[in-house]
Design a protein around this ligand. Structure first.
Ligand SMILES: Cc1ncc(COP(=O)(O)O)c(C=O)c1O
Length: 345
């Protein structure tokens, strides 16, 4: 049992009893030999779900993004991404190390940008410039506040990318949330992209794992790079079984997490010294500003922790909360009471 109401991230969930049972009963084999039936079943299921030729099970969202970037690019290339994007800011500088590429960050509106911005970011063909090779779109956008990236924007960006010979990768760590909030299927969202990464260990509640989907040729390259970074796992079917269980049972229920986040945002809006725009909350993530309390986000988070509520300070005055499988509506009520108590002081 987690003694805290833990709103730091949707990665803190523990497998449910039903998920543990599916893991316990999984048929397994050596996946480095391609012989784990449960990993193979998960990969086939994912490829079908996204309407792509092939899929690969990998250890994490970071590994999924970074191996995809590596498989799409050559050293020296430019990767166009939104300025707050996870792959650029929160993956340890991996793209510089593993792929030797540089990022071209473009400013978004809560993580969302449009085709004109991409067009303006693409380099002209001149020896002075790097080659613009890849556009990365994060959906939902974590630092943007769980923002759903509109499919219309994506389709127009695809037209520009296709015209200029760029590839497209979606960081869909929380794509499931975007699908549930928008009613757009994973297949529809994936169609304009050459590759998609999607996490099983965030809102879906699995203990470990992410998926990469794309063409057979692309996945073959990602597979080679996964081996290269030591990501080949043996009886990984125990983990893949959790993924299959989650894809079957945990997608639709995310609607509940979105309602929890909205309820929390509405509650926060009525609390002294909290600044939040509740109407901006689209999925399971929310951010609020504590600048008027004259305390830093870290100080507020420490005071909340003392009272059993954990939140994630992400900047000097900014705090993130994420709703998930392991917090209930009554936990949200309790968290709001605790926050109100701490913020009035
Ligand atoms: C949008 C996004 N992409 C990728 C990742 C990386 O996932 P992981 O922590 O599994 O490496 C995260 C993690 O929070 C994320 O929010």
């Amino acid at each position: 049992m987690n003694p805290f109401i833990d709103l730091r991230s949707d990665t803190v969930t523990r497998p449910t009893p039903e998920m543990r049972k599916a893991m316990f009963e999984a048929l397994v084999g050596d996946d480095v030999f391609g012989e784990d039936p449960t990993v193979n079943a998960l990969q086939e299921k994912a490829a079908h779900l996204f309407g792509k030729e092939a899929a690969l099970f990998v250890a994490s969202g970071t590994m999924a993004n970074q191996l995809s970037i590596k498989a799409h690019t050559q050293p020296g290339d430019d990767v166009i991404i939104e300025a707050g994007g996870h792959a650029m800011n929160f993956e340890g500088g991996a793209s510089a190390v593993l792929s030797g590429v540089q990022f071209f960050p473009i400013p978004g509106n809560r993580g969302v940008f449009d085709a004109e911005q991409v067009e303006a970011a693409i380099r002209v063909d001149d020896v002075h410039f790097p080659v613009s090779r890849l556009v990365v779109i994060e959906n939902t956008h974590n630092r943007g506040g769980g923002t759903v990236f509109p499919l219309k924007n994506i389709q127009r960006i695809r037209e520009v990318a296709a015209k200029r010979g760029l590839r497209m990768h979606m960081d869909g760590a929380r794509l499931w949330n975007a699908c549930v909030a928008s009613g757009i299927s994973p297949r529809e969202y994936a169609a304009p992209f050459d590759s998609v990464s999607a996490c099983l260990s965030k809102g879906l509640g699995c203990p470990v794992g992410s998926l990469v989907v794309g063409s057979k040729e692309f996945i073959k390259r990602v597979h080679r790079f996964r081996k290269m970074v030591g990501g080949g796992m043996r009886q990984a079917g125990f983990l893949a079984a959790a993924g299959i269980y989650a894809l079957d049972h945990h997608i639709n229920r995310m609607e509940e997490d979105h309602r929890k986040a909205k309820k929390m945002a509405q509650g926060l809006a009525g609390i002294k010294n909290v600044i939040i725009q509740p109407e901006e909350v689209e999925t399971n993530i929310l951010f609020f500003d504590v600048s008027s309390s004259e305390r830093t986000a870290h100080e507020v988070a420490a005071a909340l922790r003392e009272k059993g509520v954990r939140v994630h300070p992400t900047a000097k005055i900014r705090i993130r909360c994420v709703a998930h499988l392991d917090v209930s509506f009554s936990d949200i009520d309790r968290a709001l009471e605790v926050i109100a108590g701490v913020m009035k002081r």
